[in-house]
Ligand binder design. Structure first.
Ligand code: DON
Length: 567
C-alpha cells in the first residue's frame, strides 16, 4: 500500500513537472498540445515563405506586413506561381471587424484587341494566349503590395521587402518536388527565352542553394523606390524591351497607368457564418456565395461527407453556378455584373428548382439564369497576426510559370493571364471555362478570375481564412473546404486533406481526385447519368481556423510543399 502511494506521488511529481514544462514552452511559443497556436499563423505554399511571414509577425509586424513579405518571398522561392510579374486578390478583416478587399489583377494592355488571338479565318489560336509575350497582361502585384502596405502596414516598406531580397541574393534551398519540376520545365523555358536565364540549367538537386541575382536587383529597386522601382525606370525599360523582342504589347504607358484598386468586399451568410470574399473581377466570391445559397436548405450533415447524396447535390449546384459564371461575370469596370441578383438566396433556390434526385441534369439543358441589368498555377496564403487581424491572398501568373517569358535582366517571369479572357465565345480557355461578352478582351480591362480568397466570421469573431490555386476548381475547392468544417466537423487539416471533386457546367463531367471516392458511391451516381474523370490533385488549399478556445489551427495542403507555422 505504502509503495503504491509512493508510486502515485512520484507520478504526480512527474505530471506536475511535465505540465510545468509544457506551460513554459507554451507560454513562450503560444503553442498548445494539439499543435495550435495562440499568437498568429502563416500557411503558404513554400516553407521558406512561411518562415519569412512568421519572422515578420514575431518582430511585431501585422498580418498585412507579413502578407507583403510572403508575396515577395514567394516570387523568389516559388517561381511557378509566386510573382511580381502577375497579379492577385487580397481579402482583409481586422481584429475589430473592419473589412477590405484589394484587386491587383492584371489588365489587358492598351493595344489589346478583342480578336487578337484569332486567325484570319476567325479561329482561336489558343497557344498565343497561353505561351509567350502576347499572353502577358500588365502586372499588378507590386502596386497591390504597395497599396496594401500603405493602408494597413505597420513596419517600414524596406523591412517587409528585405527578406525576399535576401533569399534572391543569398539563395534558398530548393525542395525535392521543385528540383523535379524545374528540371521538367527546361524545354519550355528555353523555347521562350532564347538567351540565358538562371532558370536554364541541366541539373537540379534537392537542397541546392539557388540564388537569383537579377531578381535581387529588381527587388532592391522595389525596396528603395516602391512602385516606381517596378513601373518606371530600369525595370519598366527591361519589361518593354522584352515585349518588343517577342512581339508582346505592354508599353511604358501601360505600366505607368496600372493601379491596383480597393473594392467593397462581397459579404454573404451561410447559416451562422458570415462569408467575406472577393467581388468581381473575381468570379469566385459571387460563385461561392451562390453555391452556399444553393445547398443551405439541405441536411448535408445527415447526408455525410462525400456520400452519393452530398456529391450529387454539390455537383448540381456547381453545374448551375458555372453556367451563370460564363455569361454574367466580367470586370465590373467594363461590364455591369448583376451581382446583387445573383447572390440573393432566393435566386439560387429557384435555380435548384429543376434538380431531380433520380438522374443527373444535363448541362445542355442548363443555361445561365435570366438576370436583369442592375443599377494550373496560382498560389494562396493565409495569415493571422497576434491581434487577430486576418488576411487571405491568392496570387497568380495563371499557368505554371505563366507565359514562360523571363524579363531579361530583371529576373522574373511574366504572367499569361490574357488566357483568362474569353478569346472567342464558345472557345474554352486553358481551364475549359467558357465566356462571352462580359469577359471579352478590351484595352485596360481585367480578365475574369476564379481566385477566391475568403474569410469567415462566426458570432462576430474570426472563424476561418481560406483559399487555393487550381484555376476553375478554385471555387469548388474553397466551397468544399468550408463545408468540410461547418457541416462535417473536420479539423482544419483534415478539411484540407479531404478528397475533392469538381463540376463546372461544361464539360459535363465530374472531376475527382484519384482514389477519392468509394466505388459504390461512384457506381450509384454513374447509374444516374453522372460521368467521372479522375485527376491527380484538385487545388492546394492553405487555411487557418480559429478554434473556440481562441487558438489557430492550420491546414497546409499535403498536395504540395505547403507549410503552416505558428507561434
Ligand atoms: O485567375 C484565375 O482564375 C486563374 N488565372 C487562376 C489560375 C490557377 O489557379 C492555376 N493554378 N493551378
Amino acid at each position: 500500500m505504502d509503495k503504491n502511494i509512493k508510486n502515485l506521488s512520484n507520478l504526480l511529481i512527474l505530471c506536475t513537472f511535465s505540465l510545468f514544462l509544457t506551460a513554459c514552452v507554451g507560454g513562450q511559443t503560444g503553442r498548445n498540445n494539439s499543435g495550435q497556436y495562440k499568437n498568429g499563423m502563416v500557411v503558404s505554399a513554400h516553407p521558406e515563405a512561411s518562415k519569412v511571414g512568421l519572422d515578420i509577425l514575431k518582430k511585431g509586424g501585422n498580418a498585412i506586413d507579413a502578407a507583403v513579405a510572403v508575396q515577395f518571398a514567394l516570387a523568389v522561392v516559388y517561381p511557378d506561381a509566386g510573382n511580381i510579374g502577375g497579379g492577385g486578390f487580397l481579402v482583409y478583416r481586422s481584429a475589430k471587424g473592419e473589412l477590405a478587399s484589394l484587386d491587383f489583377r492584371e489588365k489587358a494592355p492598351g493595344k489589346a484587341t478583342r480578336d487578337m488571338y484569332l486567325d484570319a479565318a476567325g479561329n482561336a489560336i489558343t497557344e498565343k494566349s497561353i505561351f509567350g509575350h502576347l499572353a502577358a497582361g500588365v502586372p499588378g502585384s507590386v502596386d497591390g503590395m504597395v497599396k496594401a502596405h500603405a493602408k494597413f502596414g505597420k513596419l517600414s516598406w524596406a523591412e517587409v521587402v528585405q527578406p525576399a531580397l535576401n533569399l534572391a541574393q543569398n539563395g534558398f534551398s530548393i525542395t525535392e518536388s521543385q528540383a523535379r519540376e524545374f528540371a521538367g520545365m527546361q524545354k519550355s523555358i528555353k523555347k521562350y527565352n532564347p538567351g540565358k536565364t538562371y532558370f536554364i540549367k541541366d541539373k537540379w538537386t534537392k537542397g541546392e542553394l539557388w540564388a537569383q541575382k537579377d531578381l535581387a536587383k529588381t527587388l532592391q529597386l522595389i525596396r528603395d523606390k516602391g512602385r516606381d522601382g517596378f513601373y518606371s525606370g530600369e525595370v519598366a525599360d527591361l519589361i518593354v524591351a522584352e515585349m518588343q523582342k517577342g512581339g508582346g504589347l505592354i508599353t511604358k504607358e501601360d505600366l505607368k497607368n496600372y493601379q491596383a484598386q480597393w473594392r467593397d468586399p462581397l459579404v454573404g451568410n451561410y447559416k451562422d457564418y458570415k462569408i467575406i470574399t472577393m467581388p468581381p473581377p473575381s468570379s469566385g466570391g459571387i460563385a461561392l456565395l451562390q453555391l452556399l445559397n444553393s445547398v443551405e436548405g439541405y441536411p448535408l450533415k445527415r447526408y455525410g461527407f462525400n456520400s452519393d447524396s452530398t456529391i450529387q447535390l454539390l455537383v448540381e449546384a456547381e453545374r448551375r453556378v458555372y453556367a451563370d459564371r460564363a455569361t454574367h461575370l466580367g470586370d465590373p469596370d467594363f461590364y455591369k455584373v448583376p451581382q446583387k441578383y445573383l447572390i440573393n438566396p432566393s435566386y439560387s433556390t429557384q435555380r435548384m428548382g429543376n434538380f431531380n434526385w433520380n438522374r443527373a441534369t444535363l448541362s445542355s439543358d442548363i443555361k445561365a439564369g435570366e438576370a436583369p441589368i442592375e443599377s494550373e498555377e496560382t498560389t494562396h496564403f493565409s495569415i493571422v497576426d497576434r491581434q487577430g487581424n486576418a488576411v487571405a491572398v491568392t496570387t497568380t501568373l495563371n499557368g505554371g510559370y505563366g507565359s514562360m517569358v523571363f524579363v531579361n535582366g530583371a529576373g522574373f517571369l511574366l504572367n499569361n493571364e490574357m488566357d483568362d479572357f474569353s478569346v472567342k465565345p464558345g472557345t474554352p480557355n486553358m481551364f475549359g471555362l467558357l465566356g462571352g461578352e462580359a469577359n471579352a478582351i478590351e484595352p485596360g480591362k481585367r480578365m475574369l478570375s476564379s481566385m477566391t480568397p475568403t474569410i469567415l466570421e462566426k458570432n462576430g469573431d474570426l472563424f476561418m481564412v481560406v483559399g487555393t490555386p487550381g484555376g476553375s476548381t478554385i471555387i469548388t475547392s474553397v466551397f468544399q473546404t468550408i463545408l468540410n468544417t461547418i457541416e462535417f466537423d473536420m479539423s482544419m487539416q483534415r478539411a484540407v486533406n479531404a478528397k475533392r471533386f469538381h463540376h463546372q457546367w461544361l464539360p459535363d463531367e465530374v472531376l475527382i481526385e484519384n482514389g477519392g471516392f468509394d466505388s459504390l458511391v461512384r457506381v450509384k451516381l454513374e447509374g444516374k447519368g453522372y460521368k467521372f474523370r479522375e485527376r491527380k490533385a484538385i487545388g492546394r488549399v492553405d487555411a487557418i481556423l480559429k478554434t473556440k478556445w481562441g487558438y489557430y489551427e492550420g491546414g497546409a495542403d499535403p498536395r504540395g510543399d505547403d507549410t503552416k507555422l505558428g507561434w
